[in-house]
Each structure stands twice: as structure tokens, then as C-alpha cells.
Ligand binder design. Structure first.
Ligand code: GLN
Length: 232
């Protein structure tokens, strides 16, 4: 199998995420291409996407202007795995407000059912590193780098809390969406990127599975018809 993974390259720490994802693929023995993407055309070919850390207002505006935001939203709604890191988590959220400034008029994808507080742990000089565990996805211990990090305040029904730090939710999962408030790509530990890679079902693989069972599927369809008629 071979996967095509993109890191949204409008702004932010793109290179570090490309390196961490390549390392995660290598560790899993999965062949794949990991590259920076910007245009709707590039994004439409992806099996998975990382929205990196940076500045969510800037990233959102640039994606809006070149039309990428629409393609990204479409692909995620159709099931493409996405990993939102810090500013990327904010972009994915349904609702975001800054701890000091409050609600801002910034473009959001509005797919992840959470309310995010931007700059929740303070500003640049309040950045810190902390030990993070995420038992629900099998990460016993990792280091999180928090840089003007958000926290997740409100959580919708379908959202799983994956990790907390100081009573604040800092990592969540909702189906094909993984979001973290900190930067795992700034450490040498690739366990978060490895988990993300495990969420990818490449196109090629899906086709193979479909091709393997055409007869069984046909039989099922045939069986269903008389049943449905009986019910009516
Ligand atoms: N504070 C930034 C924002 O609100 C996020 C910081 C980060 O990605 N490290 O967009």
C-alpha cells in the first residue's frame, strides 16, 4: 500500500510535520509520499492531511482566499483523516474564541464539535513542555510542546477526550479527525504521527478490498430485495 499525505503549507511548522510523518511511515513499514500542499488541486489527491501549528487566523484566511478551505472541508466530510495541531485544531473547530480578545471573525472549518479557547495557557513567553499521556489511543507517555496553545473547553457528543493536562482537555478524536493543542512534531517522539498514520485507509487498499468480494456483495443485494418486499 502507498499513501499520499499532505501538510497544509500556507504558514506554520510544515517541515517538522513532514519529517515526523515520514518517520512514522518508516516505522510502520508503509510506503508513502508526504509533501507540502496549498492548492485545491493538490489537496483533492490526498489520502490524509495535517493542519500544522502556526497562526490560525492567517492559515484560515489564506485557505479561504485560494479556495483550499472548501476542498479540505469536502474531503474531511467524505472521511479523509485529518490531524489538526494547535492552530490546526482551532481551524477544525466549530467554535473558537481568544482568552483575552474573545470571539474573532476568523474562517473555521466547523467540523470538530468542540469549543476552543485560543491562547488558553498564556502568550508566547508562557510556552512550556509537559508530559502527556493518551491512554485511549495507546500512548502511555509523550512530550508535548505548548506554544500559545489552545485548550478545548466544550465537547460535543461524538467527541472523545484523548488527553488532559492540568484539568484542561488538550487532545480529542472525532471519527476521522484527530486534534491536539500541543506540538508533537517538535520532539523526537513520533507516537502521535504514528497513531495518525494508523487512521489512514489508502484508496488503493479500499479498491483491493472491494475487488475481493464482488460475488458476496451481489448475493447480499439479491437477498435483500425479497426481504424488503416482504416487509412492505
Ligand atoms: N495561538 C495560535 C492561534 O491561535 C496557535 C499557536 C500554535 O499553533 N502554536 O492560532
Amino acid at each position: 500500500m502507498s499513501v499520499n499525505i499532505g501538510v497544509l503549507g500556507m504558514q506554520g511548522d510544515v517541515a517538522e510535520n513532514i519529517a515526523a510523518t515520514r518517520a512514522a511511515l518508516g516505522r510502520a513499514g508503509i510506503k508513502g509520499v508526504v509533501k507540502q500542499v496549498k492548492t485545491p488541486g493538490e489537496i483533492s489527491k490526498l489520502d490524509a492531511l495535517i493542519l500544522p501549528g502556526g497562526e490560525s487566523t492567517m492559515m484560515g484566511q489564506m485557505s479561504l482566499v485560494n479556495g483550499a478551505i472548501k476542498t479540505i472541508k469536502d474531503k474531511i466530510q467524505k472521511g479523509m483523516p485529518v490531524f489538526g495541531i494547535c492552530a490546526g485544531l482551532i481551524l477544525l473547530s466549530k467554535n473558537a474564541k481568544d482568552r483575552v480578545v474573545g470571539k474573532m471573525n476568523q474562517p473555521l472549518l466547523e467540523l470538530l464539535d468542540v469549543r476552543v479557547e485560543r491562547n488558553s495557557f498564556g502568550r508566547q513567553r508562557d510556552s512550556f513542555e509537559a508530559e502527556i499521556s493518551a491512554q485511549p489511543i495507546g500512548i502511555a507517555k509523550s512530550r508535548g510542546v505548548f506554544i500559545r496553545a489552545p485548550s478545548i473547553e466544550g465537547i460535543g457528543k461524538g467527541v472523545q477526550t484523548v488527553s488532559k493536562f492540568n484539568e484542561k482537555v488538550v487532545a480529542v478524536k472525532q471519527g476521522n479527525i484527530l486534534g491536539v493543542a500541543f506540538h508533537p512534531e517538535l520532539t523526537s517522539d513520533v507516537s502521535w504521527h504514528s497513531h495518525f498514520v494508523s487512521m489512514i485507509k489508502p484508496q488503493n487498499n479500499q479498491k483491493q478490498q472491494n475487488n475481493q468480494k464482488p460475488k458476496q456483495q451481489k448475493l447480499k443485494q439479491n437477498n435483500q430485495k425479497p426481504n424488503q418486499n416482504n416487509k412492505k
